[in-house]
Ligand binder design. Structure first.
Ligand code: HEC
Length: 341
């Protein structure tokens, strides 16, 4: 599309009623803009965004920027990154898409490096790719260094780092591969332990499994719904047997943190009086964070006392169940989950 047409279209989009504008902007972002017109369209969209008071429309305008190597003004960049970090629903997702479309500045690249600890796992690839695209090799080295130490790197899919760094200089490429190997080795150990355990289990009894599930000793139903009974702190397990293998179910019980389901991310909060809390944020206001620590404990933490807050990869599901359960107990629980279809 040439400059005249795109300009007219943008002016029209800007003026049209809200519900049409949202859809129109979404389509606009998919239109093929002429190569030599893309910069002008980008500038126009930034100008419109700058004059827009509704933060959501501002995001939509920026998310219509043609994909490429355009940069945003620093103040807008910072706003976008903050939105992504705050991780509030749709606007965080759009913010991450914008970061993905543009080329970030070195300043923004530093901001992203700082947020890696507290990044929502689903945005980690966006953060890594944006910093790589920014092209500052020192920043990339810092990122790889961090990935080596942060447990969040375990959320990256297998092969991701090798793919992302395949065109990087050799030293960086090797570093990325090394991190990948460490992650994979951990996964392998767990998988082997799970299949070894599974081979030792005899046939289970689903009815006894249900009694255990609801027993006060295990209190699975304190967090999970099974049929009509149970709380909804963790995922509903009523039909879990339909989508999970025996191995995956046993892994979830024996190693709850090895795979944390989407939407159940845990946060670690350090308070100014030296306490550490690990839990799931169930709600957050301007003043307080409600953190679900276990089936029956919610900690209300005043924001003013929060010293540090980061994504933790420790599930709130109880650990060490292997010690508490006999092989027969495990077999019975598995029989129950497997039959839940
Ligand atoms: C304190 C709350 C809590 C308790 C108690 C608890 N769970 Fe969980 N469970 C969770 C949460 C949160 C998740 C999702 C995050 C994760 O994967 O760790 C989960 C995930 C699971 C999954 C994986 C679900 C999926 O979609 O793959 C299974 C299976 C499971 N739990 C079974 C159990 C069983 C069996 C018990 C009792 C022995 C139990 N849970 C006790 C909170 C709990």
């Amino acid at each position: 599309m040439d400059k005249n047409r795109s300009d007219q279209l943008l002016i029209w989009i800007k003026k049209c009623p809200e519900e049409i504008r949202t859809v129109a902007l979404k389509h606009f972002s998919n239109i093929n803009i002429d190569h030599d017109n893309a910069l002008a369209v980008t500038q126009r969209l930034i100008e419109l965004a700058d004059n827009e008071t509704d933060p959501h429309v501002r995001l939509l305008l920026l998310n219509a920027i043609p994909k490429g190597n355009f940069t945003l003004p620093t103040n807008i960049e910072t706003e976008i990154i903050n939105r992504m970090q705050r991780g509030e629903g749709a606007s965080a997702t759009i913010a991450s898409q914008i970061v993905n479309r543009v080329k970030i500045s070195p300043i923004a690249s530093n901001l992203l490096i700082e947020m890696m600890e507290s990044c929502q796992p689903q945005y980690l690839p966006v953060v890594i790719e944006a910093i790589v695209k920014c092209g500052d090799s020192e920043a990339v080295t810092v990122v790889l260094n961090k990935l080596q130490h942060l447990s969040i790197s375990r959320t990256l899919s297998p092969g991701y780092l090798t793919n992302t760094f395949r065109n990087a200089p050799e030293s960086l490429r090797k570093e990325a591969q090394k991190i990948e190997e460490v992650i994979e080795a951990g996964d392998q150990d767990i998988r082997q332990a799970v299949s070894r355990k599974l081979s030792l289990l005899s046939e289970g009894n689903a009815l006894r499994g249900l009694q255990l599930f609801r027993s006060s000793k295990l209190a699975c139903s304190g967090c999970h719904k099974m049929g009509y009974v149970g709380n909804e702190i963790g995922p509903d397990l009523t039909r879990i047997g339909k989508t999970r293998t025996q191995e995956a179910l046993l892994e979830a019980i024996l190693y709850p943190s090895s795979r944390i389901e989407q939407g159940y991310a845990t946060t670690k909060i350090l308070t100014s009086d030296g306490q550490i809390f690990n839990g799931m944020i169930t709600s957050e206001s301007d003043n307080n964070i409600h953190l679900q620590l276990s089936a029956d404990r919610v900690e209300i933490i005043p924001k003013i006392s929060v010293e540090k807050r980061e994504i933790s990869l420790i599930s709130i599901m109880p650990h060490g169940l292997a010690e508490l359960l006999s092989d027969q107990d495990l077999a019975d629980l598995l029989a129950l989950l497997n039959a839940a279809k």
